[in-house]
Design a protein around this ligand. Structure first.
Ligand SMILES: Cc1cc2nc3c(=O)[nH]c(=O)nc-3n(C[C@H](O)[C@H](O)[C@H](O)COP(=O)(O)OP(=O)(O)OC[C@H]3O[C@@H](n4cnc5c(N)ncnc54)[C@H](O)[C@@H]3O)c2cc1C
Length: 365
């Protein structure tokens, strides 16, 4: 397989990608047997001309013939076999099923991997399933009661379910594509595999997290809602022996994966009280900036994004001061609206969320 970088074409695209790749590699379209888009970004530096810039992986009917012709092209290289690390199972048999706490991104990822490898995990989630949770959250936003276990932070899918569902990581890891593929397998649109700033949206995420749960269950796992882990028990050597759920039901366990997010203060106090070491993380302080999306589109593209058939524009700003402190735009999201995201009675938290179409008319950073 060859990786081809820097395929530039004006927006809107007039020719299919295969034709552009064939031209760049000086071969014919029929030489190409498979084309995978790895990355699509937008170059708007020469407005009003806007370009897509693609990176693609290409399989050929006869790769060696094509490679001979383009081996001197600095935008083309041969790809080694996939370097994504595989998950290695342990060597000691488990006496009990592994327990996962939380169904946010980390808990779901752990449960999916364990289920896929035949470990039949039990997943405890203090909140409700995503349909019940959606109703509770929408009631709350309309002025209804606050529910301590079913809100914007707690429940199926975790804190991200009522978010923008942006999948930007700022890291380049060989497992990233596999994680994005897990989202696609669960119903997310395929363009997240190659978009520069992949985005799913609250509406699509609801379906995605539910499908992930169905996959865990189909592979022998179990997901139990309204099940808050309230104690973790250990023997004298410090090994985990069981967990207590909702203050009364005890489940034997030797392997517990905690994906409890940053809002479960009661659980952090419980861990601290039980002598489990906790490490503090550095934190940043931010402000929220709200623009009209039209202003961002015109600044980036010179016209409304829709005129070009593009998605609403975004931006990223970074400033490094000479004293070593930095300021950066975190999580700018087109189409976002600000919502109440409290997870405790009496505490006010706000965050932003957007739908897949990002058409609220606002852009919030
Ligand atoms: C409103 C909002 C918008 C956001 N938008 C984005 C975004 O667009 N893109 C992005 O990348 N990040 C976003 N984030 C951050 C992102 O959601 C978090 O980084 C991510 O959810 C962390 O995943 P997690 O699995 O570690 O924890 P969480 O998603 O917080 O999940 C933890 C889960 O554990 C459950 N739980 C906690 N304690 C217990 C217990 N004792 N027993 C049982 N269950 C328990 C909780 O109910 C929850 O469902 C957003 C966060 C918020 C709050």
């Amino acid at each position: 397989m060859l990786r081809v970088l820097n395929i530039r074409t004006a927006v809107p695209m007039k020719k299919p990608l295969e034709a552009l790749v064939a031209k760049k590699l000086r071969c014919s379209r029929s030489d190409i047997s498979r084309l995978i888009i790895v990355r699509r970004s937008i170059d708007a530096r020469r407005k009003p001309r806007i370009y897509f810039v693609f990176t693609v992986d290409v399989e050929f009917v006869d790769e060696s013939r094509v490679w001979k012709r383009c081996r001197d092209n600095k935008d083309v290289r041969q790809l080694a076999e996939s370097s994504a690390p595989d998950i290695r199972p342990g060597t000691q048999p488990l006496t009990h099923r592994p327990i996962v706490i939380g169904t946010g991104p980390s808990g779901l990822a752990a449960a999916l991997a364990l289920a896929e490898h035949g470990y039949a995990p039990i997943v405890f989630e203090r909140g409700c399933d995503v349909d019940t949770r959606t109703k509770d959250v929408e009631d709350f936003w309309r002025g209804g009661p606050f529910k301590a276990s079913s809100n914007v932070q707690f429940g199926e899918g975790g804190a991200g379910t009522f978010s923008d569902g942006k999948l930007t990581t700022r890291v380049n890891h060989p497992l990233l594509r596999r994680i994005l593929q897990t989202f696609v397998d669960a119903g997310a649109p395929e363009d997240i595999l190659y978009a520069y700033n992949p985005h799913v949206g609250t509406d699509v995420l609801r379906r995605v997290v539910k499908n992930m749960r169905h996959t865990i269950e189909a592979q022998g796992g179990e997901v139990r809602f309204s099940s808050c882990v309230t104690a973790i028990h250990r023997d004298d050597s410090g090994r985990i022996t069981s967990v207590t759920v909702n203050g009364c039901d005890e489940y034997p366990a030797e392997l517990v994966v905690m994906g409890i997010g940053h809002s479960a203060r009661d659980t952090y106090y419980m861990l601290h009280d039980q002598g489990i070491t906790l490490e503090k993380k550095p934190f940043a302080v931010g402000v929220r900036i709200e623009h009209s999306q039209d202003v961002i589109d015109r600044a980036q593209y010179g016209c409304p994004a829709a005129d070009l058939g593009l998605e609403p524009a975004d931006y990223a700003l970074v400033y490094h001061s000479p004293e070593g402190r930095s300021c950066y735009s975190f999580c700018m999201c087109p189409g976002r609206v600000v919502v109440g995201a409290s997870s405790e009675e009496g505490l006010v938290v706000t965050s932003g969320r957007s739908l897949y179409r990002r058409d609220s008319g606002l852009g919030i950073s």
